[in-house]
Design a protein. Sequence first.
Length: 264
Amino acid sequence: MKRMLKNAYILLSIFKNDPLKKIKLVRRLPAYFHDLNILESQRQYAKKVFPLGNPYPCLNEKFVNSGTATGHYFHQDLLVARRINLNNPHRHVDVGSRIDGFVAHVASFRDIEVIDVRPLPNNIPNVIFKQADMMDPVQKDLIEYCDSLSCLHAIEHFGLGRYGDDVNYDGYLLGLDNLYRMLKKKGKLYLSVPIGHQRIEFNAHRVFSVSFLLECLGEKYHIDKFSFVDDHGNLHENTPISANGIKSNFGCKYGCGIFELTKL
């Protein structure tokens, strides 16, 4: 009993500043102690005894799904990594995409060169990193440098200062121009951005209307594939670009448009 009260005190003190979590915790404590008693009763039959340390309560996992398989990053990272694996380019470069998502996916099966405005202190197998601000004029040795290029959920941040870059209202245009210069003719660009009613939500991101994106991309690229993640986090792969879809931004207030493009 003394040990149980000590454990209960420790558990409750963890959530002392969150009354709602404390209420949920109290409701789930009986099941926690029930499982703990079973574990302790099994010690006498164990092949190797582990001493019990301080409580580390994980009380919610049995009531939720096995993981999160929705949302912008989950779908775009997996989809574009799959497309790169299928297309097997000679040199793939990424600008600003998530290291622990998309870049990690690609690095699991091939080399990937990564450019970001912030430093990357870790050495990661198959990842070749370069720190640079992609709003600056692209270096001569990077012009028509690669046959495959990605920029996922990144261009919307350019010029808003969120990541230590300079504030520049047209920063996204500078970034798009540099992506175009870096890519070889007939090379592939994988681009994703938030879609919906066009706006800046400072200093988090821009949201682009589909019609404006088509204006920016239409004269420089052929659109090979278009997919999007809707406001509920669901992927719609290889969606035809229709007039109604353009007008309604495919029903998105804050969705994610994913383009696979070929440079003309």
